[in-house]
Design a protein around this ligand. Structure first.
Ligand SMILES: [Ca+2]
Length: 344
């Protein structure tokens, strides 16, 4: 990842452990095993050691789209990550919202954790609605918000907790409102906003920002919070093909089947190609060379300072690496024919 100055100077996860027994049984048959598949080199700074991994906390509106599942799985199988939590997030004001978007996201998070035999990872619920409009306390006092606060304070001196926001930023904003002292202890990677790099214009009309218009302002205004933004107009360069997904994922194991099934189960199912938005954030966190970040001054309506913004990504490498990582984790040849016994 090349960081180059664009404007001025440098700027910068109450546990709810509930496993889904039905899928947990299936998970036992899907244990990972070693593979010789070659992956891109992981930068030295993020390589795992016997004593230290990169602590990350994921917050996702998993049930609203197809992409969150891919991003969450990619993070959960990465050996350099110590996933300190998987929060669920709401998307309740969407026109296609289900009766309880938060709980739908929560259920999917628990299924993913069970299928990966990782239900011991904390997976607290976020808020069921966006921040309050007015009052002395507009924060949503969710388990997820308090988990962020707890994990931030547990982070060793001189280190930061990486918080990955894949939906509305309600949980993080609430955490910052409840306990502003966590700000310098966190670096957040989020999908949201769009940015016209030529005219230096920000917009906050994308799905994630709109799902909690106040929360994104709280995040951008949080003093000392290190922010890395993946604008939606940049993430749009990373496209998955349904036929390729079918060829690589169907009838391999329960998790991979779920990833493909999501293409059709989603309310907006049937598309032959999809942007797997959230995967861009996780992949560029694992492999900084997959994206380029520049420093950009915050929108004029927010506290003036610089934040990191991805100006470009290598969508092809992100997609290829995702399938390679799955192949390595499960010791599968995803490019070969599907198993005969699978009846395909
Ligand atoms: Ca999302």
């Amino acid at each position: 990842m090349k960081i180059r100055a664009h404007t001025l100077i440098a700027g910068v996860l109450v546990t709810l452990s509930m496993a889904c027994a039905q899928v947990a049984n299936a998970a036992n048959a899907d244990q990972p095993s070693p593979s010789s598949t070659v992956l891109p080199e992981v930068p030295d700074a993020t390589k795992p050691t016997s004593r230290q991994k990169q602590g990350i906390l994921i917050d996702a509106d998993t049930a609203n789209e197809v992409d969150d599942l891919h991003a969450i799985v990619r993070a959960l199988i990465h050996p350099s990550f110590e996933v300190e939590g998987l929060n669920s997030a709401q998307w309740q004001i969407s026109h296609y919202a289900t009766p309880n978007t938060l709980e739908d996201s929560q259920r999917l998070n628990e299924v993913l954790l069970a299928l990966l035999n990782k239900s011991s990872i904390p997976h607290p619920r976020g808020a069921s609605h966006r921040l309050y409009d007015w009052g002395r306390d507009v924060a949503q006092h969710s388990a997820a918000a308090y988990h962020i606060i707890q994990e931030a304070h547990k982070t060793p001196e001189g280190e930061k907790l990486t918080v990955v926001m894949l939906g509305a930023t309600t949980s993080l904003a609430s955490a910052l409102l409840i306990d502003p002292t966590i700000s310098p202890k966190i670096k957040v990677y989020l999908l949201g906003t769009s940015h016209d790099f030529g005219r230096r214009i920000w917009r906050k009309r994308d799905f994630n920002c709109v799902m909690d218009v106040q929360a994104i302002e709280v995040v951008l205004n949080a003093k000392d919070l290190e922010i890395h933004i993946m604008p939606v107009n940049v993430a749009a360069a990373m496209v998955f093909d349904m036929e390729e997904a079918k060829q690589k994922l169907v009838q391999r194991n329960d998790l991979l089947n779920l990833l493909y099934r999501r293409w059709g189960d989603h309310i907006d199912g049937g598309r032959s190609r999809r942007v797997i938005w959230d995967l861009c954030v996780v992949s560029c966190l694992i492999y900084p060379q997959f994206g380029e970040e520049i420093r950009v001054t915050t929108p004029p309506e927010d506290t003036s300072r610089e934040v990191y913004v991805f100006s470009s990504i290598d969508g092809l490498k992100i997609r290829e690496e995702f399938y390679l990582a799955l192949a390595e984790y499960y010791n599968l040849d995803l490019d070969g024919k599907r198993h005969e016994q699978a009846g395909t």
